[in-house]
Design a protein around this ligand. Structure first.
Ligand code: GRG
Ligand code: ZN
Length: 316
């Protein structure tokens, strides 16, 4: 079989478990975003049916040590300031372990809802930066907590729609260039809001499927290099608008598998580069969206395994 032709799942599990331990080099350089890293690593383990390789109680304790009870938000690590980026990761990890019971749900929802601005947009924290990433994060977090009614949904949707461009894509704010990462955020937010009718599916689907490069990988916007993480940002968006069949899945699968370190585990952004936990997650998540055998199916809007999302919404 050709090099890189199969998913080296066991190697990736070992790589993630090593990185998630505090003293590895990668943990040190990513110290400020450790909660995001925990979400990437742990979701990957769950997708590979190996979440039990970590001690759930230990993870939940550590997550809660990043919590700020005064504001209701989570920091990226112990002692770091709260931000919605880490608050979503904390909620997602607690969902993986079915441990939302440790949260003061109304307090966390207060924190997120309190960041909505007059025009419907969301700031990321008290410093006020506005970006459609934060619109997605707010809607995703509040939906997982069953607290969507705490925001002005009409205004939230109107703001996201105001970031739509003539090419069918979306940017970080009104007039911002279309970028696959922001498109995921806007399509995801509209999917969660039940407002996908604001999207021209053929126009956006065309822009998204043009992201596939000759090497089979996907880029984030025209003229850029392919990168494994766009397998997630682009494919999830295409699935939400029902146009994923416009991508050559076989070529994309090969591109992702060729980015594996088959000896030490982990996946890189493109072939022969150094692996990291972020691209390991997005590589496996991309394969999940393409129904790769042995990988759990993932929900394209909530960025969590489908069984986890079903548990949250079917229980309610
Ligand atoms: C739960 C999956 C999940 C996400 C949470 C933070 C967030 C919400 C979304 C981020 C969306 C985003 C903007 C992704 C793009 C990240 C990225 C690879 C940026 C690089 O952009 P450039 O311009 O690189 O530096 P290119 O690839 O264009 O050369
Ligand atoms: Zn990338």
């Amino acid at each position: 079989m050709a090099d890189g032709a199969e998913l080296a799942a066991d190697k990736h599990v070992r790589y993630i478990v090593t990185v998630e331990k505090k003293d590895s080099f990668e943990s040190l350089v990513m110290e400020h975003i450790r909660l995001n890293g925990a979400y990437w690593g742990l979701t990957t383990l769950d997708l590979l049916h190996k979440l039990h390789a970590v001690d759930a109680a230990e993870v939940v304790d550590w997550i809660m040590s990043c919590y700020h009870p005064e504001s209701g938000g989570f920091g990226g690590n112990v002692g770091h300031d709260p931000h919605v980026l880490y608050t979503l990761s904390a909620v997602q990890v607690l969902c993986l372990f079915d441990r939302l019971d440790v949260l003061d749900v109304d307090k966390v929802a207060d924190y997120v809802a309190g960041l909505q601005n007059e025009d419907g947009s969301f700031s990321g924290d008290i410093w006020g930066e506005v970006d459609t990433r934060f619109s997605y994060i707010a809607l995703c977090t509040l939906s997982l907590l069953h607290r969507l009614h705490r925001i002005d949904m009409q205004k939230a949707v109107d703001f996201v729609v105001s970031c739509k461009n003539l090419d069918g894509g979306f940017g970080a704010m009104p007039g911002g260039e279309s970028h696959a990462g922001q498109i995921f955020c806007c399509v995801g937010a509209l999917a969660i809001a039940g407002s996908l009718h604001h999207i021209d599916r053929d126009l956006l689907g065309w822009w998204l499927c043009e992201r596939q490069c000759k090497d089979g990988g996907l880029n984030g916007r025209p003229e850029k290099l392919a990168d494994v993480c766009y397998s997630w940002w682009v494919l999830s968006s295409l699935i939400m608008i029902d146009r994923v069949h416009w991508i050559d899945k076989e070529k994309l699968t090969k591109f992702i598998l060729n980015c594996q370190d088959k000896e030490n585990g982990g996946i890189s952004d493109r072939p022969d580069n150094a692996v990291d936990i972020y691209h390991t997650y997005f590589g496996v998540a991309g394969l999940s969206l393409m129904e790769y055998p042995g990988v759990k199916p993932m929900d394209p809007a909530y960025a969590l395994p489908l069984d986890v999302v079903n548990r949250i919404f079917l229980r309610k």
